[in-house]
Design a protein around this ligand. Structure first.
Ligand SMILES: *Cc1c(COP(=O)(O)O)cnc(C)c1O
Length: 378
């Protein structure tokens, strides 16, 4: 585990220059993927479950971007699981009812086995969320949420939660530290699926926690050693390689998203577009205040419902019909097809906007949407 940055550099510089080792003459510019399970005795690390310099290079860079101490895990859910494991048995957790489906499944599993007690809340409703926090131990925030793009009022929730003596965690996967720094808002620990925008090329699984609380950082590091959800060195190396270009990828993908949203909003086959950048989005004002941009994730509802949305997914050619998000390639998926997502509007498509040419993207999406009602023919 490593983190913190005293350079005063802007994020785009940290992303490029972070995690470069000590700077000694002859040192490789990039910390290489260090493939070993054992180290010769007498050094800083004995065994690879305890540490790896390639993880550290990634952690140093992500930690500096988020403003805390980062700890890399084998996946985003492994990081989330580590945070939940810091709670005592029977602890009460409040989480968004529209949080990432995998997290809700994990929480449901833990609650079902008596490991913890769970209350789901509309995270966009600050009063209801704080009421649910009475007597709880942890508030889990996701903002914007996956896939409905609900915005939580970070400062208000943190204030209310700390008054009540709870810890607060925030999944920052959708925003990334470039658009939102929850630790600055007082959040105790940030969780990332680095599988997504941070690594950015859909070629690995990785997660991370970031915190300023030294004791919590120590607990999370110890959890990683004992529970063994350690990242592969090669995955950590690829993730840092991806993180180097996050500022550039994000800028391009976000500009593409804004343009696609504008056109989708005007399209007759689209019933509703959800994007925090739209003035009528319920979380628009919050996003303007607490985020530096509206992001690369869009959700839209196809007027013809599930069948019409499935037809759109089947017709795209440049855009990839696949789950997951945050890669350089644009992907889309009708989320209702996933288990545990039956509560979503049936025609809701989640669009993860990538870095292709925006006119090509619109030509593809426009053609896929073209058949009135989204019928089955190409
Ligand atoms: C994908 C995702 C996760 C889980 O991350 P994995 O790397 O797949 O384990 C957690 N939160 C959000 C918001 C996600 O999109």
């Amino acid at each position: 585990m490593s983190g913190a940055d005293a350079t005063g550099w802007a994020p785009a510089s940290i992303a490029v220059a972070g995690g470069r080792g000590t700077g000694a003459p002859g040192e490789p510019l990039n910390v290489p993927p260090l493939l070993t399970s054992v180290y010769r005795a007498g050094g800083r690390i004995d065994y690879a479950r305890e540490g790896n310099p390639t993880w550290e290079a990634f952690e140093e860079t992500l930690g500096a971007l988020e403003g805390g101490q980062a700890c890399a895990f084998a996946s985003g859910l492994a990081g989330a699981s580590a945070v939940l494991e810091t709670l005592p048995v029977g602890a009460r957790v409040v989480a968004p009812d529209d949080a990432y489906a995998g997290l809700r499944e994990l929480l449901g599993d833990l609650a079902g086995r008596g490991r913890l007690r769970l209350a789901l809340t509309d995270i966009g409703d600050t009063d209801a969320t704080l009421a649910a926090c009475e007597g709880a131990d942890l508030l889990w925030i996701e903002s914007p949420t996956n896939p409905l793009l609900t915005l939580a009022d970070l400062p208000a929730l943190v204030r209310g939660v700390h008054e009540r003596g709870l810890r607060v965690a925030a999944d920052n996967t959708f925003a990334t530290p470039l658009l939102q720094r929850p630790l600055d808002a007082g959040v105790d620990v940030v969780v990332h699926s680095a599988t997504k925008l941070i690594s950015g090329h859909s070629d690995l699984l990785l997660g991370a926690t970031v915190t300023r609380d030294r004791r919590l950082a120590g607990e999370l590091g110890r959890h990683r050693v004992l529970h063994g959800a350690v990242p592969g060195p090669f995955d950590a190396w690829l993730a840092l390689r991806g993180l180097r270009t996050l500022p550039v990828r994000l800028e391009r993908a976000q500009a593409n998203a804004v343009e696609l949203v504008r056109r989708l909003h005007e399209h007759p086959a689209v019933a509703r577009v959800r994007y925090p950048g739209l003035p009528h989005h319920p979380g628009h004002e919050r996003a303007r205040v607490q985020m530096r941009g509206f992001g690369t994730m869009v959700a839209f509802e196809v007027a013809g419902g599930a069948a019409a949305a499935d037809a759109v997914c089947a017709r795209v050619r440049l855009i990839v019909h696949a789950t997951s998000l945050g890669g350089v390639e644009t992907t889309l998926e009708r989320r209702g097809r996933q288990p545990g997502e039956a509560h979503l509007p049936p025609g809701l498509i989640r669009l993860s906007v990538g870095c292709e040419d925006v006119e090509d993207l619109w030509a593809d999406l426009g053609r896929a949407l073209a058949v009135p009602g989204g019928g089955g023919r190409p």
